[in-house]
Write a protein that binds this ligand. Structure first.
Ligand code: DQA
Length: 141
């Protein structure tokens, strides 16, 4: 099974960015852990700070991957275009967030992705990604 993780803007700064909220680990460190834990899967990972690139990643992943784990970061709350892209493709997308966005500022409560996602996992720190990948495995049982 092939799973693609797409990380949006500022998530390249994990490890140093607001560590009280997002923790002290880089995503590369965490991705190595995921690759080891889910070694029977083919995991890929991309990060972009650019909205259109995230949309193209979603288009290109369609039917090539079995599942997409998407943390669109701040674009979650602003991007109708990313929400439309998630709706337009067949490959299921699970929306993830490291923090519990509902416990934060009100502008983080809105998601343009959630309605078109297979599901949403948020608030478990980096473990949110682990739970999202696990949700795809369960589908095969
Ligand atoms: C985030 C939550 C967003 O509100 C924020 O803009 C991010 C990260 C998270 O993973 O908790 O950049 O998506």
């Amino acid at each position: 099974m092939k799973i693609l993780i797409i990380n949006g803007p500022n998530l390249n700064l994990l490890g140093t960015r607001e560590p009280d909220i997002y923790g002290g680990k880089t995503f590369e460190e965490y991705f190595s852990h995921l690759q080891f834990k889910f070694r029977s899967l083919e995991l890929s990972y991309v990060q972009s700070n650019i909205e259109g690139e995230i949309i193209s990643e979603l288009h290109n992943a369609d039917k090539t991957f079995d599942g997409i784990v998407l943390n669109a970061a701040a674009y979650t709350h602003t991007s109708l275009a990313i929400g439309d892209a998630v709706k337009a493709i067949e490959t299921p997308v699970v929306e993830v967030h490291i923090s519990n966005t509902h416990a934060r500022e009100e502008f983080r409560h809105k998601s343009f992705i959630a309605a078109n996602a297979k599901g949403v996992i948020l608030g478990f720190g980096l473990k949110s990604y682990d739970l999202a990948i696990t949700s795809f495995i369960k589908d095969e049982e």
